[in-house]
Design a protein around this ligand. Structure first.
Ligand code: FEO
Length: 394
């Protein structure tokens, strides 16, 4: 990646991972990602902010050379996760006089992840500052976006916030600055849905605190830089809220077609009632897209056949993910078909204990959908409509 200037003293020296398809062996990245890093050149000292993923050390060093960086005084670590500290062991060797600046909690993690000795660290606390000569870095401890040790760095003179994971996007783009909201909005929302949503209460707290700062530019550690912070901040206010929409998503899996017929019938019943509805075939669906819509959906209906004695593993997986993400939905239900028995409904409902939602009467029928089963699905659609209407969902 080329070195790109943000202003006279700040430049981007991070890397683009065009081809990465999965993160944490879990999250799909249809548009790759970037591991951003920034140089802040003060009149007396130079700081590097964040340190890209392992495997990109050479590219980072090339960028530092292109940026005319012969030495570093400080390496600022906003977050210990390896996608921002992967190059640290090499930087530590290459710049022996550089001080690693981070929080105590981050130091603790860095020590176990990278075996860096204590004497190389400078521990900073919330609100402390570090002068680079003609400019000053202020450190803001912002835990749980996305690990407990996360902090942000604010360049006071330029009103520039280095926000690390917060406000990021897994989006490999050659554009440094976010331009068209229609392009970055989807990847940023997906990223929030996959990473930040379990911590949305913390995000709200941090947004509140950041509102007292004048922020002219947000430079996250993934995706484009927001030279106009308002759209991404407003998007975060919406995504981190507990608000949901008049939307039902139906993640389903079907082995012999009975459950699929039920999903089609329920989908049709909901659409007839004016409710936005989106079924997802879990045999093909992109879980990142499901996660994105989990940010909006007032109701989630999981549809599964019985496999041996319980839910299909793909249905169990999406229930596990929704539970892990603490989905915002207010109502859940389960539908499906069985042949000779099992505990699919009981098992699935036990898997979503962290979701604060009302369980609407499941519709679990034996064999093919018949008239009675169809009526039960109509009744479920009525119940969903009533809940959505009573809650004045937009
Ligand atoms: Fe981009 Fe939590 O690391």
């Amino acid at each position: 990646m080329a070195v790109r200037a943000i202003n006279d003293r700040v430049c981007a020296v991070g890397v683009i991972d065009w081809d990465r398809q999965v993160f944490d062996e879990l999250l799909t990245l249809p548009e790759g990602t970037t591991y951003n890093a920034y140089i802040v050149k003060g009149s007396e000292k130079t700081a590097l902010i964040d340190a890209v993923d392992a495997g990109f050390e050479e590219e980072l060093i090339t960028n530092l050379i292109r940026a005319d960086i012969a030495s570093l005084d400080y390496i600022i670590l906003n977050h210990a996760e390896q996608d921002h500290t992967g190059a640290l062991p090499m930087l530590y060797e290459l710049f022996p006089s550089a001080t690693i600046v981070t929080t105590e909690k981050c130091q603790d993690l860095i020590k176990i992840l990278h075996q860096i000795p204590n004497h190389r660290f400078m521990i900073v606390k919330d609100g402390e500052t570090l002068s680079l000569g003609d400019c000053t870095l202020e450190f803001l401890e912002t835990p749980w976006v996305h690990w407990p040790e996360t902090m942000m760095t604010y360049l006071q003179e330029d009103k520039l916030l280095f926000s690390c994971d917060l406000f990021g996007a897994h989006f490999a783009t050659s554009r440094l600055i976010a331009m068209d909201e229609r392009i970055w909005y989807g990847p940023a929302k997906r990223y929030f849905a996959e990473i930040m949503v379990p911590f949305r209460a913390k995000v709200r707290d941090h947004l509140e605190r950041l509102s007292s700062y004048e922020i002219a530019c947000i430079a996250p550690s993934h995706g484009p830089v927001h030279a106009n912070p308002t759209p991404i901040v407003e998007a975060y206010q919406e995504w981190s809220s507990e608000e949901v929409k008049n939307l039902v998503i139906i993640p389903y899996i079907s082995m012999h077609g009975s459950t699929k017929t039920m999903v089609r019938t329920l989908t049709d019943a909901l659409i007839r009632r004016g409710i936005e509805t989106r079924p997802f075939d879990l045999g093909r669906a992109d879980t990142g897209l499901i996660a994105s819509l989990l940010l909006d959906a007032a109701t989630v209906v999981i549809a599964t056949p019985t496999v041996l004695f319980g839910p299909h593993p793909k249905a169990a997986n999406i229930a596990f993910i929704a539970n892990m993400l603490r989905a915002k939905c207010r109502f859940v239900s389960i539908i499906g078909s069985y042949g000779w028995g099992g505990k699919a409904v009981e098992d699935l409902s036990g898997m979503i204990s962290k979701i604060d939602a009302e369980l609407l009467e499941p519709v679990y029928i034996r064999g093919q959908l018949n008239e009675e089963g169809t009526q039960l699905l109509e009744n479920l659609a009525d119940e969903i409509l009533k809940r959505h209407t009573d809650n004045n969902l937009p």
